[in-house]
Design a protein. Structure first.
Length: 189
């Protein structure tokens, strides 16, 4: 009932800022953004899907054929396009988006509601290992142990960017609805 009232409060007022969901690969950003968007009636956009639709090529193919540097340029341009939109969205970012091209500065300057989904390394490593074929950066990692080592090192490098978010949501073993409730309460502040 409390979540319903919170949703009702959000739905009946205008949201004057994009809601940005960021975090590492497989942290649940896209699922959360979609779930929250449906609950509060805010259009949801996944930045990677936006790029794929605009350029007609999968993210993996962009990495393979254009290289990471060119992909990051495309990603930056697409992020700016979304953030400059007058219509407000809930936007889930790619795991690396905040870490390149001064994107994090752009994000926090253009949104008052930036959420870092902080998922434990061991959970990320397991999720990524079982879906690595869809993830170009980790597709060649051969064991969960090696994946955990990779994730831990990579997260250490990315934390300074992620920690610039306005809100840090610690996931642990919480459900999508529990995490969404936390985010919706902060959207309502």
């Amino acid at each position: 009932m409390e979540l319903y009232l919170s949703i009702l409060k959000t739905s009946t007022r205008t949201i004057n800022s994009h809601v940005i969901i960021l975090g590492y690969m497989a942290s649940g950003k896209s699922s959360l953004a979609k779930y929250i968007g449906n609950l509060i009636g805010l259009k949801y956009i996944d930045l990677d899907d936006f790029i794929v639709n605009k350029h007609g090529m999968s993210i993996s193919d962009m990495f393979n054929f254009k290289g990471e540097i060119e992909f990051r340029k495309i990603e930056h341009t697409s992020l700016k396009e979304l953030l400059n939109s007058k219509e407000k969205f809930i936007i889930s970012l790619g795991g690396g988006t905040p870490c390149y091209s001064n994107n994090m500065k752009l994000i926090v300057e253009n949104s008052k509601k930036v959420f870092f989904i902080n998922t434990p390394n061991n959970i990320l490593a397991k999720r990524l290992f079982y879906e690595k074929k869809k993830r170009p950066l980790v597709s060649s990692i051969d064991s969960i142990k090696d994946m955990l080592e990779y994730v831990s090192k990579h997260l250490f490098e990315r934390f300074p960017f992620y920690n610039q978010a306005h809100y840090k949501i610690n996931v642990n073993e919480k459900s999508v609805s529990e995490i969404s409730k936390e985010i919706i309460e902060k959207i309502n502040l």
